[in-house]
Design a protein around this ligand. Structure first.
Ligand SMILES: Cc1cc2nc3c(=O)[nH]c(=O)nc-3n(C[C@H](O)[C@H](O)[C@H](O)COP(=O)(O)O)c2cc1C
Length: 201
């Protein structure tokens, strides 16, 4: 009878351990590189629905902000990520000063964090520390976050404010009030894409 109890306990523990591995709890997998063409998510879904952070800088002088305007594609024979940063953002200074930037995507549980980083300015304090995200420095020296599930490293190959003379009806209306600073377009050649998921994904 005693033996039967021990066996039942061992089986239960085994099942729990297997369950922990299977559903990914405490089983964050290592970061791994994929090719830009292997990004399987819809880019509109990624930016418009999931949102992202665009981050630029060096240790001690780095800033990030939430973006939902962005695209992934090809330009000048290269895979590119394009982001649009208003001249009124503190991040704009960092995009101007630095030759590289990252675009990072996060699991849904970080939605509140992205909301925070998209409604507070790095001019007013250390918003990265306040956000609770963990800044990490990639091998390339670029800033990223431990909590990100996809990291795009980009080398800036174009950066300039929109030329208003080309605006059609939608941007003309948007910028008419003058309340929103004109956005600069930053096209980054994608140098690396890293994904970090739970095991089994
Ligand atoms: C969901 C969301 C999406 C945003 N997308 C953009 C964007 O694409 N471009 C932009 O210039 N600002 C965007 N913002 C606004 C900036 O993230 C926000 O102004 C931020 O506080 C700027 O921070 P900074 O001054 O530290 O750069 C977005 C904000 C949110 C909440």
């Amino acid at each position: 009878m005693k033996m039967k109890k021990i066996l039942t306990l061992a089986l239960a523990l085994g099942a729990l351990a297997a369950c922990g591995q299977g559903n990914g709890e405490n089983a964050i997998s290592e970061i791994r590189e994929i090719k830009p063409v292997e990004i399987k998510e819809n880019p509109i879904e990624l930016f418009d629905r999931k949102w992202a952070l665009v981050t630029a800088g060096v240790p001690g002088e780095v800033n990030t902000m939430t973006i939902s305007w962005g695209s992934l594609g090809e330009l000048w024979g290269r895979p590119v990520v394009t982001v649009y940063v208003s001249s009124s953002r503190y991040t704009h200074d960092f995009m101007e000063k630095n030759g590289n930037f990252t675009v990072t995507f996060f699991p849904e549980e970080q939605r509140g964090t992205l909301q925070y980083l998209g409604s507070h300015s790095g001019r007013d304090g250390d918003k990265i520390a306040e956000s609770g995200l963990t800044l990490e420095w990639l091998e390339s020296g670029l800033p990223s976050f431990e909590e990100a599930d996809m990291i795009i490293e980009a080398r800036k190959i174009y950066g300039a404010p929109f030329d208003g003379s080309g605006f059609g009806d939608v941007p003309s209306r948007l910028y008419a009030s003058g309340r929103m600073g004109v956005h600069s377009v930053y096209v980054g050649e994608i140098e690396h894409v890293w994904v970090r998921g739970r095991e089994g994904e």
